[in-house]
Design a protein around this ligand. Sequence first.
Ligand SMILES: [Mn+2]
Length: 308
Amino acid sequence: MFEGLLESLESAEIITIFRHIHADMDALGSQYGLKEWILEHYPEKRVYALGKDRDDHLFPLTDEVEDSVIANSLVIVLDCANKERIDDQRFALGKQILAIDHHPFQDSFMDQEYRFVSYAATCEILTEFFLQTGKSLSKQVATFLYRGLLTDTCSFKTNNTTAHTLKIAAALCEAGIDLVQCNQDVFDVARNEFEFATYLRSKATRESNGLVWCILETEEFEQYGLTASQAKEQVFQFQNVQGFEIWCVFTKNEIGLYDGSLRSRKKAINQIASHFHGGGHACASGVKNLNCQELEECLAELRQLLNP
Ligand SMILES: [Mn+2]
């Protein structure tokens, strides 16, 4: 299943590793897991992890390289199926481009791909590859990979979690990772987020039909040190609550209109989102640039969906 992958790594002197924009811990865990693993077993190689810097403290800082280094490297793109979303478009300079990913195929930007869509995380794929090589798996590499597994399965709770995922998790545990620490690293929230969640939960309107919504002015999220998009992400505070069917958070944007994150337990809401300059997945959509009247209309359509 990994034909040619080890040979490609072994024959490259320089390897540059890319991931998607807005990196999550599967992107970062696979990127730094792969970088560390290569350096542990092939210390003479030059390996670089690229992409914008982030302010988390869980992974090393991004490497900086000249274009010529990428042009002479084996490029590996992780956890990303479309080329627009690759963080640092210089990936295209590479002389050979490999993709390792668990998303459904979208773009043909690579020369060779290792795509496993039934896997919950790119970290799950890489762990299996590392195990198959028969080479050792260090605690550091396993820790990076386990964070990705935890994130993309939401602690092994989502429906992409399989027996295979759990076997891979077990192999990472055997490498000596600190399970409790990994969970804290991934899921601990900052104090300001916690305080904001309290505010959000207390302000949200809960309708008896199962619609829950909250409209936030700029100062309401800025006083907690959050951006509009960080505030909208907190829409997950309303998931898994009995009786909540559709829940939304709207935040005021720079041009004085409202953007919203919409979530639904069962009913598809992307059709409604598309009426309001938005769209998305059936049960997870967004809307953009609504004025006050459109906001009311959007809520009315969601109500109608719940009470036809
Ligand atoms: Mn992923």
